[in-house]
Design a protein around this ligand. Structure first.
Ligand code: CP
Length: 313
């Protein structure tokens, strides 16, 4: 691949290759060692939407592999003077970066940008469309906790309709031959979701029965204009993950959440902090390693392509 824009175009073997390399980077990070796969490369992070985990981990990932990393302060950029996304991208492209990491509130904006630049583009989340590195870090977390990434029963619960995390995870977990269930109120399930080959439940206890993995999603209030849920209190009562609802999953089921969490809305704080069930902090750790692997592989692919093109020319 020349870019990482989504999970959709990835072959299962590419996913496995990336996760294997990320596993190596987990060991490197735990040993407090640095790599040099991106030495002499430059990485620009452009976040048009707020982020804690994704932005920090992309920055650390680049630094740990020796890249020159620049975080564009989008609020202080000429976007505020009316410069378009494309003109901004062309301007940065003229500075010859190797990697552009982009988060944008509009679905498809990152793909559009990737068509205009010469470097590798990584989608750090675009609207409701995809968040590929989140799905990859979730996959690595599951594989390390369960010892495999196939034939698992996985429930993705809550606000599916507004979630790029859900979409990328449905695609990835399906490609790796897992059984995916979506659990949530009908108002938070997108139309046509059955086409994705998933089971759909509107009852949490039914949906969680005997699953290996419980993946909770944030209620994305910023993407709602009302009417999706009766009240947060009612939502928590019916769909918030608490000990009683979790008891319907397998006894060794793991609990995941991409963050940021609304404690007491989609998840009970004690479940989120229970180190025997929750792998939420591991997800954050895996985020750095997965982003190191993604950027390393993209730069390797581009170097190989350029070299081949050079020989052909
Ligand atoms: N999971 C996730 O994308 O978190 P941030 O919005 O903090 O990056």
């Amino acid at each position: 691949q020349r870019h990482l824009l989504g999970i959709e175009p990835l072959h299962p073997s590419e996913i496995t290759t990336l996760l294997d390399l990320a596993d190596d980077y987990v060991r490197l990070n735990r040993g407090k060692r640095h790599g040099d796969a991106l030495a002499g490369r430059s990485q620009i992070n452009m976040f048009f939407e707020n982020s804690t985990r994704t932005q920090a981990s992309f920055e650390l990932a680049g630094q740990r592999l020796g890249a020159d990393v620049m975080n564009m302060a989008m609020q202080a950029s000429s976007i505020k003077k009316g410069e378009t996304l494309i003109d901004t991208a062309l301007t940065l492209n003229a500075m010859h970066p190797d990697l552009l990491v982009v988060r944008h509130p509009h679905s498809g904006a990152v793909d559009l940008l990737a068509q205009k630049v010469n470097c590798a583009v990584l989608n750090a989340g675009d609207g409701r469309h995809e968040h590929p590195t989140q799905a990859l870090l979730d996959a690595l977390t599951i594989r390390r906790a369960k010892g495999r990434l196939h034939r698992l029963n996985i429930a993705i619960c809550g606000d599916i309709a507004h979630s790029r995390v859900a979409r990328s995870n449905i695609l990835l977990l399906g490609k790796m031959e897992n059984r995916v269930r979506l659990v949530g109120p009908p108002t938070l399930l997108p139309a046509g979701i059955a086409d994705f080959g998933v089971e759909v439940h509107d009852d949490m206890r039914e949906g969680l029965r005997d699953v290996d993995v419980v993946m909770m999603l944030r209620l994305q209030k910023e993407r709602m204009d009302g009417g999706f849920i009766p009240s947060e209190r009612e939502y928590y009562h019916r769909y918030g993950l608490d000990a009683e609802k979790l008891s319907h999953a397998k006894p060794d089921a793991i609990v995941m959440h991409p963050g940021p969490m609304n404690r007491g809305v989609e998840i009970d704080g004690e479940i989120a902090d229970d180190i025997n069930r929750s792998v939420i902090q591991e997800q954050v750790e895996m985020g750095v390693a997965v982003r190191m692997a993604a950027m390393d592989l993209l730069v390797r692919n581009r170097t190989a392509t350029t070299t081949t093109e050079g020989i052909m020319a």
